[in-house]
Write a protein that binds this ligand. Structure first.
Ligand code: THU
Length: 132
């Protein structure tokens, strides 16, 4: 059975609890449904050497690829809080998501206030870079 949107958001929220964000204090969780209907999650992992930190989306995509998935059907990203903007994916993660997306990929962004928005990758990354 297809994973419901609420379950996908819950998975990203749970993943967020594992975030290692001691330097920014900004925790993020991501959950992907892949082309085979399977769930993959990731959280941001920071480092004392700041540039080595990795985003939640990168972790979820790495899990998807490692487990044999090839396309993001839906991705939910949970971060931020309602006093600031919700965590729309950073520029680098838009390119990462683009690599494994198509026109039907749905990107769900949610914050602590339980508000959510849905985007396509074309909305988040117009005039994108690609090699084919
Ligand atoms: N972060 C993500 O995990 N995903 C994004 O799309 C934006 C930013 C993380 C990176 C860093 O650990 C923290 O949020 C603050 O930038």
């Amino acid at each position: 059975m297809a994973i419901a949107k609420e379950d996908l958001i819950n998975a990203a929220t749970e993943a967020r609890e594992h975030a290692y964000s001691k330097y920014s204090g900004y925790s993020v969780g991501a959950a992907i449904v892949d082309d085979q209907g399977r769930l993959h999650v990731g959280c941001n992992i920071e480092n004392a050497a700041y540039p080595l930190g990795s985003c939640a989306e990168a972790g979820a995509i790495a899990a998807m690829i490692q487990e044999g998935g090839s396309r993001i059907e839906r991705i939910a990203i949970v971060g931020g809080h309602d006093a600031i903007a919700p965590c729309t994916p950073c520029g680098g993660c838009r390119q990462r998501i683009h690599e494994f997306s198509d026109d039907n990929t749905v990107i769900i962004v949610i914050d602590d206030s339980d508000e959510w928005q849905e985007y396509s990758i074309a909305e988040l990354l117009p005039a994108s870079f690609h090699l084919d």
